[in-house]
Design a protein around this ligand. Sequence first.
Ligand SMILES: [Zn+2]
Length: 496
Amino acid sequence: MSKLASFKELMREIDITSNIMNTLSWDMRVNLPPKAAAYRAETMGFLSGKLYSMKTSPKLYELCGELSAVGNNDRITARMIKEALKEYKRLTEIPQKLYSDFTEHNLKAELVWQEARAKNDYAMLKDSLVKEFDYKRQFAACHGFAENPMDGLMDEYEEGMTTKKLDKIFDELKASVKELLGKIDASSKAYDKTFIFGKYPIDRQRAFCKRMVGIAGFDLLAGRLDESAHPYTTGNNKYDIRMTTRYFENNFTNAALSSMHEMGHSVYAQNHLDDLAYTTLDHSPSFGWDEGQSRFFENIIGRSEPFWAYFLPMAQTYFDGLYGMKLNDFYNSLNAVYRDPRRLDADELTYNLHIVIRYELEKTIFAGQVSFDDLPDAWNLKCKEYLGITPKNDAEGVLQDMHWASGYIGYFQNYVLGNCYDGHLLNKMKQDIPDMYDQVANGKFDEILGWQIRNVHTHGCFYNPEELLERVTGEKLSAAHYIHYLNDKYSRIYKL
Ligand SMILES: [Zn+2]
């Protein structure tokens, strides 16, 4: 077998193994009988060990070097080599023992977090958190970083991102969001988010959500919509994408918007170039880009008035409780701005501040400016500073998210980066498709989705995050377009 064929075969094996793991993890969250949990965890552990060995195999590393030295590789092969070497470096920089200790610790810490949150007992989780941050500090040292340990961590999720770049974006964003919130507080308008609450039978919600995502562009012949405790998306290949949502009887918009969010991740995965199959290039270039697509369909489209101009009349045929509800009242309630200490219950605007709170606290912890004993108070102070409220307990304060206990530290910013990418994309899309929202109001999504496919989805991870943005919009990442979108949207809703 030629060197090129050997290289491609190794990459194909990596791709297939990781796709098997994706399908098994989906099955674990959606279908697994409770007694099978330990057995499945062992299977997943076995496969993840195999995957690690494949990605760090000396043979693969050698082949990358030899093929690069020869040069004249086609575009796909050249990118595959680059990505394989990046992954090899990232994985081998961390000693294997350190990585397996960390993985084992995460599994335990997640269970401790579940109990600590249920009992509202921060002290129970404290030692696990100390360890998590310590592991991550060691990881950052292994990877190396310019100024802040966070720089060594964020690069895994968003190549090239640093705290210096992010601080600039976040400072601009948080100042604008706070200013806008002040205006909303001072306005004479006030909307109640519970106005749209009611009784929405779950089986009807299932049928409605499926129909809605099908119309909006999710290919139901190349994917599924199921249920799990935490909505998410994964896939085996572009023709087999699995997404989940969850249903609450009192509010169907929760499942509808979470389905639209996951649909954003899904259509991204369903529309990579066919040639990228088995190359390991059939994914987005970063977590920020992936979140950008999900938040585009959830917020920019799914929380817009034209979207509900089309879907509210349809929803009224599914849910008796919506009978006679006016579009404007529905839309204002769906977009009501309020202060909630919980990120997952936040509105679209204050959500950004929830992320700022976490990002700033992570930096403070790494700088040694706050002790783990004082972390709950530090959290509450930040919450007061940005949202003007104090969580009534740690369960809705520092304990609310699982991320830190699961080892996702230096991760939260991806959600806001996604919003900023969306600001750029929306600005460009409006120039290219001036009547885009008229099309949405008529239930037509082909042109909008086609634009995303052509400009974003098809490329997989062919370009770095910054390169892709420049390619699509000719711009460098900033919060400006997103801020403009927020100001425009809320000025209309609150008549500012
Ligand atoms: Zn997401």
